[in-house]
Unconditional design. Structure first.
Length: 482
């Protein structure tokens, strides 16, 4: 079980390793760029801050000797406040410059110390009281100290620019190095991606394409194709082995299904032959009650009437016998079926006289269509026996034939006693039982129609004391040729 898990995970692990490697390159490149950018920014900020601090000290200190000289010329409180306020700014700028001395070069650090010491001397001279006859010497000393401080400050400013230029040069070299490193990382990532792409094409995409083609061949029932490579110990190999097994299994199953289909067709052919044999047997049987009654009618007619009626009865009976014995085909023309039905009705009308009426309405070319023999006669006989003649006054039976859309519609109607819903279901099932017989003949007609025309539709409509209608719908294209 562990070996199978390792096989299934192998390609996934390779993908994860590749993604992790590319991710690490990306992270390293970005972290390096961010770090170098922050470092350069810090260095530039330090240079600019130092330059700004020195320049600020130079600006505010330049006004100091001027304010002092103005005060010495006119010793007013306003001039003194201007001088002291400016001195406060100078001391603040000097303090800031001293704090930043650690980030400067050694020359800058020494200059700041010189400025600090000189300013201390300058401050002592400016703030120490002297006799009035020494004030000119005091002003000269202040100016000399101020000039020295300005000189040191200008040198410091120049040194700061030089130091900043050196730092800028170093940053440029580091940026060029960073560019080379970034380019190397990009080339490395591109090379790894290209190699991995070729690897994935050969190890994954090509095998998947071959697998897809094999599945397509199997879907078209081409089972004789070569087996897929199965020596790989990963997902592709597992899939290939599964598809190979599936191909062999499907080949075996479809072969068995085809054999069963051939056997089923043979069995179905034998069943059809058996049904035809049963139908031929039914055709060869003649109802003895019907023959006995017919012969009685013929005998009575011979006594009461002249020979013409007797001859017609005998001719009608002969037509029935001939139709029964001669028609061994599966279907006959609709015109033949109506002719034999006409002979049957003639005999029945002679038996029951005015109690039986018959109507035919054919809205089609009866020679064009074919139906199984003895389709209409058993249904008409059933209508006469169990529908019309049950009523004392008798009634009417009829046949209506028409075309509707893609169907040939045949209706057998009567205005007899009708049936209940339960009797209709029994009639369709062939289990209806009456005092004079059963509905087996009707059931046989229905079964033969269903056997010959699988798409036929048979409906029975009936209402008690109103009558019955049996509707048969046959596909036109199945009825055109016999």
């Amino acid at each position: 079980m562990k070996i199978t898990c390792h096989k299934v995970m192998s390609i996934r692990i390779r993908m994860l390793l590749f993604v992790c490697f590319i991710g690490m390159l990306f992270v390293f490149s970005n972290v390096y760029s961010i770090y170098h950018g922050a470092r350069c920014e810090t260095q530039f900020d330090r240079v600019l801050t130092n330059y700004y601090t020195i320049n600020r000290f130079l600006t505010v200190f330049s006004d100091s000797p001027l304010f002092f000289e103005a005060y010495m010329g006119d010793k007013t409180e306003q001039n003194w406040l201007r001088f002291t306020e400016n001195e406060a700014k100078v001391e603040s700028a000097l303090s800031q410059m001293i704090q930043e001395a650690d980030d400067m070069s050694m020359e800058s650090f020494m200059l700041i110390q010189s400025i600090k010491n000189t300013y201390a001397n300058y401050h002592d001279i400016a703030w120490t009281a002297v006799p009035s006859d020494h004030e000119i010497r005091r002003i000269i000393s202040v100016k000399q100290s101020a000039a020295q401080i300005l000189s040191y400050t200008n040198e410091l400013l120049q040194e700061s620019l030089t130091f900043g230029t050196d730092i800028h040069s170093d940053i440029q070299q580091e940026m060029r190095l960073e560019h080379r490193i970034s380019l190397a990382l990009m080339l490395l990532a591109a090379a790894v991606s290209f190699i991995f792409t070729i690897y994935m094409k050969r190890q994954v995409l090509d095998p998947v394409a071959a697998l897809s083609a094999a599945v397509n061949e199997i879907g078209q029932e081409h089972f004789d194709t070569e087996d897929l490579p199965s020596e790989r110990n990963d997902e592709i190999g597992n899939l290939n082995r599964t598809v190979n097994r599936m191909k062999r299994t499907m080949k075996q199953i479809i072969g068995e299904l085809k054999e069963k289909q051939i056997l089923s067709q043979k069995i179905h052919g034998q069943e059809i032959a058996l049904e035809k044999a049963k139908f031929s047997l039914l055709q060869s049987q003649i109802n003895p009650h019907f023959l006995f009654n017919t012969l009685n009618v013929i005998s009575g007619a011979a006594v009461k009437e002249q020979a013409s009626t007797t001859c017609e009865l005998i001719r009608s009976l002969s037509n029935l016998f001939r139709y029964t014995l001669e028609n061994k085909n599966e279907t006959v023309s609709l015109s033949k079926e109506l002719n034999v039905l006409r002979s049957f009705i003639y005999i029945q009308k002679k038996r029951f006289g005015s109690r039986l009426d018959y109507k035919l309405k054919a809205g089609v070319e009866v020679e064009r269509y074919f139906i199984p023999p003895f389709t209409l006669q058993p249904l008409i006989e059933n209508s006469i026996k169990h529908g019309v003649l049950v009523k004392e006054q008798g009634g009417m039976v009829g046949v209506c034939i028409m075309e509707h859309e893609e169907h040939l519609i045949i209706r057998i109607l009567d205005n007899g006693v009708g049936m209940s819903k339960d009797m209709v279901e029994k009639l369709k099932a062939g289990t209806a039982i009456s005092k004079t017989g059963t509905g087996i003949g009707v059931k046989n007609v229905f079964e033969r129609l269903a056997l010959i025309y699988p798409d036929c539709v048979i409906k029975v409509f009936s209402k008690e004391q109103m009558g019955t209608c049996i509707e048969i719908r046959l596909p036109l294209e199945d009825c055109i040729h016999g």
